[in-house]
Design a protein around this ligand. Structure first.
Ligand SMILES: [Zn+2]
Length: 71
């Protein structure tokens, strides 16, 4: 499950969707984009697969960036 807050989701997809357009997690979860605890978007598996195919390089880049922040 990829967890992104609405802000990061919009950045990744180059969209400006309001939070009401998404199903958000009930609890605060670690956003994989900005690394902050926020309510993240609950993505169905199918959507996530499509999302990964479309944004694969972006996600890899963000993951690497996040790794570096950890050290
Ligand atoms: Zn975020």
């Amino acid at each position: 499950m990829a967890d992104f807050c609405v802000d990061c989701w919009n950045k990744l997809n180059d969209t400006n969707c309001p939070p009401s357009k998404f199903i958000l997690s009930r609890n605060l979860e670690l956003c994989e984009g900005c690394g902050e605890y926020k309510r993240v978007i609950d993505i169905e598996l199918d959507d996530e697969l499509k999302f990964f195919k479309r944004n694969f390089s972006t996600i890899v880049f963000w993951r690497i960036k996040r790794l570096f922040r950890r050290f």
